[in-house]
Structures are given as C-alpha cells and as structure tokens.
Design a protein around this ligand. Structure first.
Ligand code: FES
Length: 106
C-alpha cells in the first residue's frame, strides 16, 4: 500500500516465450495481468471493473482485451472502457524491461 510507487520485479522475459500473458500478485495482494502485445509488455489489474471476472483469459485484439464473462472491452494500454457493460476503467501500471527482467511501477 502506501502513497509511494516503486518499480517491482515481477517476471523474466523468458517466461513469455510460449505465452502472451501471465498472472502475478503484488505484495498488496493486487492481481496483475501482464500481457505481451507486439513485443511490448502491458500490465493491468486482473479484475474486471464490472463484476470482478479474471481478465487474464480474455480475448485480445487491436490492443483491447475483452472480459470473458460479459464481454466488456478495455484498452490494454490505458485501461479505458471501450465497450459496456463495464463503466469504470481498468487500473494499469507502467512497465519497464531491463536486463531481461520485467518491472511494474505499483
Ligand atoms: S465481469 Fe467483466 S463484463 Fe461483467
């Protein structure tokens, strides 16, 4: 928790050789969905703002992720809602890659 965000090591890029997504937990218990889209890593809260479905199993297309439960769509980069029934954006976190390690600022 706390007001101060810091870079947290969550993964190694080699973990994404066979998949485009993985799920991680931050120290504060928040669940992160980490996606690799066109070579770029993007991190979103792995919990739909509509009814808390896990986003990690959602279909990804054109930089958007579709909730597997009721079909809301969010921009993976900004978290903005692109289609209902969700009304609230997804939380996103900045990601950086250094020396083959993936960090999230949270
Ligand atoms: S839980 Fe995601 S759209 Fe309903």
């Amino acid at each position: 928790m706390g007001l101060f965000k810091s870079w947290k090591l969550v993964a190694d890029v080699t973990e994404f050789e066979d998949t485009d997504r993985k799920q991680y937990f931050l120290e504060n218990g928040k669940e992160v969905g980490l996606f690799k889209i066109d070579g770029e890593f993007l991190a979103v809260h792995n919990e739909c703002t509509h009814s808390r479905a896990s986003m990690i199993g959602g279909r990804v297309e054109n930089g958007e992720i579709e909730c597997p439960l009721h079909g809301a769509r969010f921009d993976l980069r900004t978290g903005a809602v692109r289609a209902p029934p969700a009304l609230t954006p997804l939380t996103t976190w900045p990601v950086k890659v250094e020396g083959g390690k993936i960090y999230i600022k949270a």
